[in-house]
Ligand binder design. Structure first.
Ligand SMILES: [Zn+2]
Ligand SMILES: [Zn+2]
Length: 332
């Protein structure tokens, strides 16, 4: 640890911030100097410090009731709640709050609610994207989604979170989620059944998308998405595995391509990379259009993580699925 102001490093000189336990000062003077700046991060750092690292729930927690009664008479989509907490509250029939409004709440409860809300980050992001590209109204009985660069994401599409699709898309009966990536946790195809002949099919493909064997027959996607994509990490290196995948996905006409990033800096690099790749392949009659670009994702994971990049002073903390971009190849 170093003093957050003067970088003093001698341990006997330093005292920790008593709230977050993650920031040190050499003197009362330096603590006061840093107070305005630190107040932006202290709450998040505190959550991060006390969060025990348990991954987001993939099974139904105790004392939680699930909202899986779908109304068969409705045909209009239900508006998607405004953020992860709203979606979790609707689906778990429980008021799950972002702690800001309730200062007196116990930290443990606060973190518990963050974890519950966090389960809905991926599903919520997809619903949010569908709404942003005005596809929510168009979804009929089938919906096919490609998750590219997938690793363990399919574990978060459990019975609790899958139900959120049906709750918001009343015409949907068959959802196919294709998780594609060289590091995907391979698992046999699974089908989850819900009331009224609704079902969710989860299939994993342990390949780079552009290297899928010809024998693999994928449905035509309505949406492709890469969570915490990290395109920027490969930019300019020989390991440009994303390039071919992105070009291939952009080549499918009128399929929105969404991706999330950790920080604003990464998000803007990721969006530039995709734009550049699109410009390589565009026919004169097409252009890439960003419907959302580097926007704070209201469905980001709520638990803050520490940014290992200490130069990025705007992001002492970051969030999984923190920023969102959605683009589309459009014919003029
Ligand atoms: Zn100091
Ligand atoms: Zn603090």
């Amino acid at each position: 640890m170093l003093c957050n102001v003067c970088l003093e490093y001698r341990a006997d000189m330093l005292t920790l911030c008593k709230d977050c336990h993650q920031t040190a000062y050499c003197s009362e003077e330096h603590r006061l100097n840093d107070r305005d700046n630190h107040s932006k991060w202290c709450d998040g750092l505190r959550i991060n410090f006390f969060y025990d690292g348990t991954p987001f729930q993939t099974s139904i927690p105790e004392n939680v009731y699930l909202n899986i009664h779908f109304n068969d008479d409705e045909t209009l989509p239900k508006p998607v709640p405004k953020d992860t907490f709203g979606l979790a509250s609707v689906m778990l029939l429980k008021d799950i709050q972002n702690g800001d409004s309730e200062p007196g709440r116990e930290l443990a409860q606060h973190i518990e609610e963050f974890k519950l809300a966090g389960m809905f980050s991926h599903v919520g992001t997809i619903l949010h994207v569908l709404q942003k590209v005005s596809l929510l109204e168009d979804v009929q009985s089938e919906l096919n989604i490609f998750v590219l660069g997938a690793e363990k994401e399919h574990l978060l599409f459990n019975i609790i979170t899958q139900a959120a699709f049906f709750a918001h898309l009343p015409n949907l009966r068959h959802l196919r989620l294709c998780f594609i990536g060289p590091n995907v946790d391979k698992q046999p195809k699974s089908v989850g059944h819900f009331a009224g002949n609704r079902k969710v099919e989860i299939v994993t493909y342990r390949y780079l998308y552009h290297k899928l064997p010809k024998t693999v027959k994928l449905p035509k996607p309505h949406l492709a998405i890469a969570f915490n994509c990290g395109f920027n990490e490969f930019g300019g290196t020989s390991q440009q595995t994303w390039d071919k995948t992105i070009r291939q996905i952009l080549n499918i006409p009128n399929v929105p391509f969404a991706f999330t990033s950790y920080t604003l800096r990464e998000a803007s690099e990721d969006a530039c990379i995709v734009e550049m790749l699109a410009n390589f392949i565009t026919q004169s009659s097409e252009e890439i259009v960003y419907v959302v670009r580097n926007a704070v994702n209201p469905f980001r994971q709520p638990i803050p993580l520490r940014n290992p990049n200490l130069d990025d002073e705007d992001h002492v903390l970051y969030y999984e699925n923190g920023y969102l971009s959605v683009c589309l190849m459009q014919s003029e």
